[in-house]
Ligand binder design. Structure first.
Ligand code: URA
Length: 265
């Protein structure tokens, strides 16, 4: 750093001024031996300058460098970093079988966040959550409460990669896979700041509420739970509802409960 820039830096830091001999331009610091010789010569020829009574000496200090978050600090990521981190994630074995990660979709300022289990075959191919028949039903459920995919609603999953069994069929994520992926969803929640969360099915509910995997959805319905300080309503997964049409009525009741939780939040 040249002396001019040092002066500006020291001034910015509230330290200084930089002392120099009258009439001398600011110069780069010289080597110590040269400094001693120059000082002796200068002392011999310089006009006598009365020494100040006290000399203020700046405390030696280490420059305060703001600490950058560690590269994998998901909790500090913005949307761009979070999306690219998820796209390249290798935190669990699900990365080996994926075609595309499925980050989530919708209004990034949504008041409603719907959380499913994980991508299936269609989602793995397209990179978007809930694109198959279950997705159509979910869109209808949203419409029933005046919402639309992408308008005041965001849709995400517990895991971002498709879990499959040995025969290549969809399966629920293991608790370990869910735990590995959860920080991404937590960051999505922190960035979106929704008013209400809706857990779609057992995997979403038990993962968020930290319950055993044998907890039935029916025992979690009808109560406004809390996750990260937000109201969380549990309902059936749309794929389950496609197989159990009679329970659509119960899902409607769950959406009504979520609507009232939203209204009173
Ligand atoms: N089921 C889910 O839980 N999520 C999807 O994205 C698709 C199907």
């Amino acid at each position: 750093m040249n002396a001019g820039r040092s002066a500006v830096f020291l001034d910015e830091m509230g330290i200084g001024p930089l002392w120099r001999r009258r009439g001398m331009p600011l110069a780069e610091p010289a080597a110590p031996v040269a400094v001693a010789a120059a000082a002796a010569a200068a002392a011999a020829e310089a006009e006598p300058v009365p020494a100040p009574a006290t000399i203020a000496v700046a405390e030696p200090f280490a420059p305060v460098v703001p600490e950058a978050p560690p590269a994998d600090d998901v909790a500090g990521m913005d949307w761009m970093r979070l999306k690219s981190t998820v796209a390249g994630c290798v935190k669990c074995g699900l990365c080996n079988g994926r075609t595309k990660t499925v980050f989530g979709v919708g209004d990034e300022k949504a008041k409603w966040l719907f959380i499913g289990e994980g991508p299936g075959r269609n989602e793995d191919l397209s990179g978007e959550p809930f694109v198959g028949p279950a997705g159509k039903l979910l869109d209808n459920m949203l419409r029933a409460i005046g919402l639309k995919r992408g308008e005041n609603a965001y849709i995400a999953n517990i895991v971002k990669c498709r879990p499959t069994d040995d025969t290549g069929r969809d399966r629920p994520p293991t608790p370990e896979e869910a735990a590995a992926c959860l920080p991404y969803l937590q960051r999505q929640i922190a960035l979106i700041q929704p008013t209400v969360l809706v857990a779609l099915g057992k995997t979403a509910a038990v993962s968020l509420l930290e319950l055993g995997h044998d907890t039935p959805v029916s025992s979690l319905r009808g109560t406004v739970h809390r996750y990260a300080g937000l109201p969380l309503v549990v309902t059936y997964h749309p794929a389950y509802l496609l197989r159990n049409m009679a329970d659509k009525r119960k899902a409607w009741a769950d959406l009504c409960l979520a609507t009232s939780a939203y209204a009173s939040a």
